[in-house]
Design a protein around this ligand. Sequence first.
Ligand code: GCU
Length: 519
Amino acid sequence: MWYQRYFPYHKREHTRTFLYFGAANYLARVWLNGTKLGEHVGGFTPFDFEITGRVADGENSVVVEVDNTRRADGVPSIHTDWWNYGGLTRSVEVVEVPEAFIQDYSLHLAKSGKGGLLEGWVQLNGGVPGLEVFIEIPDAGINYKSPISPNGRADLSLDVNDVACGKKPRAKCRDSLELWTPEAPKLYRVTIRAEGDYVTDEIGFRTVEARGTQILLNGKPIFLRGICLHEEAPFRGGRAFSEEDDRTLLTWAKELGANFIRLAHYPHNETMIRLADQMGLLVWDEVPVYWEMDFKNPATLENAEAQLRDVISRDHNRAAVALWSLSNETPISTERTAFLKSLAEYARQLDNTRLITSASDKAEHPDDEHAALNDPLGEYLDVIGLNEYVGWYGKYRPEDADKMQWKFAYTKPVIVSEFGAGAAYGLHGDTDTRFTEEYQTNLYRHQIAMLQRIPSLAGMTPWILMDFRSPRRTLVGIQDYYNRKGVISDRGQRKKAFYVLQKFYQEKATRSTASNPAP
Ligand code: GCU
């Protein structure tokens, strides 16, 4: 697909200008006024080109070529169970910044769990060393400054309680920082000033960690009541990109009683993540290393690393994001595990404040009453993701879940990152008839019971919130190129299974509030 448009621009002194893309699927080539600016590979992360010296004072013409052809060495590669929507799928913007500008920053609650210790950094682009960066957090009474080192970086370490407590002995002083939780998603307005530039952001402060088989939020065990979703627009189809699209989907997830969403299988638009921050939904953020890939190819690894770097760079200040997911259902091989091991190391290097996970569907059934996940990938993860379709794919019926005992090779928290069954909204029959709402509901009942018998279960994200388009789903009159495993149809109709899951999540939430009252 080729895109072209004219845009007027008025050049200003001491200003730098960038052309910014929210995303373009898959290979994008960009020209400005006939000059090629560059290329970008990867369909789900932002990229930009500096046009300071190239943009004209007056009329400009930008041309973009976007090719969504799949490639065996691509990320993702040839086969996906989602529609390969191509082209400019998110916004394109002209961005102006001062000559010396705040390129990136990170501010988060230190893992030490010391109530109010915030840590992070600010990276300047341009500017003279030796000056200072200023951090303002009015609601927390913070006015903090830190020197900028020669490489334009300023490290941040500020204790909110120091300010709030002043001379009062620590013991007499309650933590003043309100921590972000799904129930109370407190966001602080933070302003960062340096040289002639400033950035304001809404940031929540919380810690997330794994301990044994538990996931802890702010030091307390949390059960992740989740749901998977694709970045597809309700009602009209196509890629979801607007706040309205995203808010509709996340409101449905909240209505389910969810406190967690798995954004499958690629980085969704930034608005989705910011809404999760505001609405109180923890996030599983994933890069599209999906099914078979060219794991031997260094260029494929580089591509995956670039997508991981870009999503971490975009979302690392979002309290909602708790897990970086490296892959989904990749076939076990030495090359594959080495590929994902290095991705895991790279993710920790880029951000050691979150949990690293991946979804594996490589469970084995030694007999009809036992299932085990021994995927060697687990060694490199903080949280094990399990996709299992007992009762839908393979020989087992939904009821067979009642006898199934699960074992995991690693003593780590487990999230059942997929289970489910297809159902066409309004198609009714007995519980043995596939694609009926009764079959799907029956499967959910047996699955929920089975999952609760997994001791290391820390969360679940059934597949999936809403029916979505897929080139692989061709059952006429039932699928019609839609994967029908949604608990809600693509037209927003709730299927019977929606209410089974909602009831379970409401009970779970009530129980956890009872055993874990808010401070
Ligand atoms: C897989 C896969 C999904 C797919 C789902 C399904 O587990 O991860 O992308 O859509 O199963 O078969 O419905």
